[in-house]
Design a protein around this ligand. Structure first.
Ligand code: DC
Length: 228
């Protein structure tokens, strides 16, 4: 099925816990379907990074909200945002309701582009784009995610310890899932993609199959609705 040429916007929401592979899947889906991609974790990472650089307390909700309201898309280009420290800072600023509220409009405008978009994060299918065409919840066991993250860092020559990474992943999961506002959880209508036993290629192939199936069904529903 050629979804690339469809005229209906295709909005793909990818959610899931840290290190489950959703970033890679989202980037590749965007490329495959010719859509723009927004890694929404970068928004929270940039806020945390800016606050730490200025010596601000990331747990100060009002201050974090001011930074969120004044965030510039260029702030997302800082290469330090990909690192582990920025992830931790992000997870802490992401608990603030005022920060989340300040970021909603930017994310929805991105998703509302003509042809659609791919967004990945924690609350895309539940809060930001509840009407997304396709929602995928990408997950893997904490042990598998910790193993992948450890191997990635070792390959970069970093001195890391599997047990420590596993404990960090568990505490990040607990913070992201346990917060009061927009906690990490699968939307009721999301398709679950467990990548624990899949390599990158197999996980991507499965994601493409999900998009084609779900988006194909929703196009068919709209067509039959119009013809009645
Ligand atoms: O996906 P990531 O590792 O870049 O996300 C970093 C943190 O940002 C994550 O621990 C929780 C937060 N986050 C969020 O709360 N909502 C999103 N849509 C994206 C990220």
């Amino acid at each position: 099925m050629d979804l690339k040429r469809g005229r209906e916007p295709l909005v793909i929401a990818i959610d899931g816990p840290a290190a489950a592979g959703k970033g890679t899947i989202a980037t590749r889906l965007a490329d495959h379907f010719g859509l723009p991609h927004l890694d929404t974790g970068l928004l929270y990472r940039a806020i945390g990074r800016i606050m730490a650089d200025r010596g601000f307390d990331v747990d100060n909700e009002d201050l974090a909200a001011v930074i969120a309201e004044n965030l510039d898309p260029d702030d997302l280009r800082d290469p330090r945002l990909r690192g582990h420290e920025a992830g931790e800072l992000a997870s802490r600023v992401a608990v603030h309701q005022k920060v989340r509220a300040a970021l909603v409009r930017f994310q929805r405008e991105f998703a509302g582009r003509d042809r659609g978009a791919v967004l990945d994060g924690r609350d895309i299918g539940t809060v930001i784009c509840p009407d997304a065409t396709v929602k995928i919840y990408v997950t893997a066991s904490a042990e598998v995610r910790a193993r992948r993250r450890t191997d990635e860092l070792l390959a970069k020559g970093r001195d890391v310890d599997y047990a420590r990474i596993l404990s960090e992943i568990r505490s990040r999961d607990a913070r992201d899932s346990g917060r009061a506002t927009a906690p990490l959880k699968a939307a009721d209508d999301a398709v679950r993609l467990d990548t624990s036993d899949l390599d990158r290629e197999a996980a991507f192939a499965e994601a493409v199959a999900i998009v084609e199936r779900v988006a194909g069904n929703s196009t068919a529903e709209r067509t039959s609705f119009r013809s009645t």
